[in-house]
Design a protein around this ligand. Structure first.
Ligand code: C2O
Ligand code: CU
Length: 478
């Protein structure tokens, strides 16, 4: 559970080099630190391959997984806003793969969607991703090919982009929340893409992990202030976390700062979503405080305990936390065009027929092809990339999601982030910028964004079985 820090290399641009050597010549107080403060090139290799990992707890044997660099979760990538990231991905699997940088606003060619933005990385082959990290925040990476199986078998990791001036905290913790469907000997149920999962809530597992292992107790010290970054990498499970005995402050959602607030409900995270919290450890030394997932009312469970260890430390001055916003353009609502996206299908829905390629198929015929969902009456699995919408570069678009199903859909847009405007016609209570918005059963949600990033961008449900079952498409920005 201890995440390795990635070695960071200093990369001097010619301009920095000249500025630096000029300073060195001119002044005696030159120090190499001046270089450290500039943007760096952060480089690493990720190899996706079969591995074994101890995920289910001490009393179980190791689980056969697919992992980046042999570990579940994959290596935590840490960089600073403005740095450039270069990752060479090697495919040690026996099927194609790719890596998508979830939430990162990057050039389309680096987005990692096979047959849309790149050729798949074939078994034995490598691919280099390289892009600037313009936004600070909590992101993650995962394959975008057969995602329901590849993510579900363990291919996922955190990408943390620190602020240039991060808020003062005593510790920065990342909890990658995963969900696995294991058998009695702790092996992964190989039945991925089962039609029951596809047509209902997705593949909900039976083993929830934090950073790749079932968590028992996380030590904290009274008086410390912890920044806690939550990332939901589960295929389908939605979390609603109650930090009993504590009042965490939400400071960012999906990487982007919000006006800090104390949530009056458990913190809800659909697949793909993130939250940054500030947790002041106010418990008594020696006490235990469960963190409980209350999403499913009759199936609440204890995720782990915060365990107070050691002496209390005196809390430092508690300056209010405020994060500087990322350079995201503000949507121009008055001049925006509104585009409806009707989400249809699933069990207990009333989807009549949907277009699959050139054909109109009934729900029954769709299910024979592994499909159960549609956006605006069009069902597209990961092979389908017909644009649902084409936007002019620079225009503001309002996406109006209307969920005609009885299931939750965390809708994710690549390459952009959007402002949530309203839910069921009621203006949003908070100003949030998200890349993934949870659209509840029968709910309507309006979001708006500036289409400032040219290319073909996926819009899909992040319940990975729903994505595989047709709930996806492309928004073209040209
Ligand atoms: Cu996190 Cu298109 O995915
Ligand atoms: Cu969905």
């Amino acid at each position: 559970m201890i995440q390795a820090r990635i070695e960071q290399k200093t990369n001097l641009t010619r301009r920095q080099f000249l500025a630096g050597s000029g300073a060195a010549l001119a002044a005696a107080h030159w120090s190499p630190k001046a270089f450290g403060a500039g943007p760096k090139l952060v480089e690493l290799r990720l190899k996706a391959a079969p591995a074994r990992a101890k995920i289910a707890g001490a009393e179980y044997r190791e689980t056969e997984v697919w992992a980046y660099n042999g570990r579940v979760t994959g290596p935590e990538i840490r960089a600073v806003q403005g740095d450039r990231l270069r990752v060479v991905v090697e495919n040690g699997l026996s099927q194609d793969t790719s890596v998508h940088w979830h939430g990162v606003r990057l050039p389309n060619l680096m987005d990692g969607v096979p047959h849309l933005t790149q050729e798949p990385i074939r078994p034995g082959a490598s691919y280099a991703y390289e892009f600037d990290l313009q936004d600070a925040g909590t992101f993650w990476y995962h394959p975008h090919w057969r995602s329901h199986e590849q993510v579900g078998r363990g291919l996922h990791g955190a990408l943390i982009v620190e602020e240039r001036e991060p808020p003062a905290v005593d510790r920065d913790l990342v909890w990658v929340l995963g969900d696995w469907r294991l058998d009695a000997s702790a092996q992964i149920d190989p039945n991925f893409g089962h039609m029951f999962d596809v047509s209902h809530a997705g593949r909900i597992g039976n083993t929830v992990t934090v950073n790749g292992a079932v968590a028992e107790r996380i030590p904290v010290r009274r008086g410390e202030r912890v920044r806690l970054r939550l990332i939901n990498v589960a295929n389908a499970r939605i979390f609603a976390l109650d930090f009993t005995g504590h009042r965490p402050i939400v400071i960012a959602r999906d990487a982007h700062p919000v006006d800090p607030y104390f949530p009056d409900e458990p913190i809800r995270l659909g697949p793909g979503m993130r939250a940054d919290l500030v947790l002041d450890a106010t418990g008594e030394p020696g006490s235990l405080h469960p963190v409980i997932d209350r999403f499913a009312p009759r199936q609440e469970y204890r995720l782990l305990d915060l365990q107070y260890v050691g002496e209390a430390r005196s809390p430092g001055a508690r300056a209010p936390i405020s994060l500087a916003g990322n350079p995201v353009p503000e949507p121009d609502i008055a001049r925006a065009n509104r585009h409806e996206f009707a989400l249809g299908g699933g069990m207990m829905g009333n989807l009549g027929t949907a277009r699959v390629g050139e054909r109109a198929l009934s729900m029954r015929e769709m299910m024979q092809h592994g499909l159960a969902w549609a956006i605006n009456g069009i069902a597209q699995d990961e092979h389908g990339h017909a644009p649902l919408l084409t936007l002019k570069l620079g225009e503001t678009a309002i996406l109006a999601f209307r969920n005609d199903t009885v299931w939750n859909h965390p809708m994710h847009l690549h390459g952009h982030v959007f402002r949530v405007l309203s839910r069921n016609g009621v203006p949003a209570a908070r100003r949030e910028l998200l890349d993934t918005v949870l659209v509840g059963p029968r709910e309507s949600v309006e979001v708006a964004f500036v289409a400032d990033n040219p290319g073909n961008w996926m819009l899909h449900c992040h319940v990975l079985e729903h994505q595989a079952g047709g709930m996806g498409g492309v928004i073209r920005v040209a």
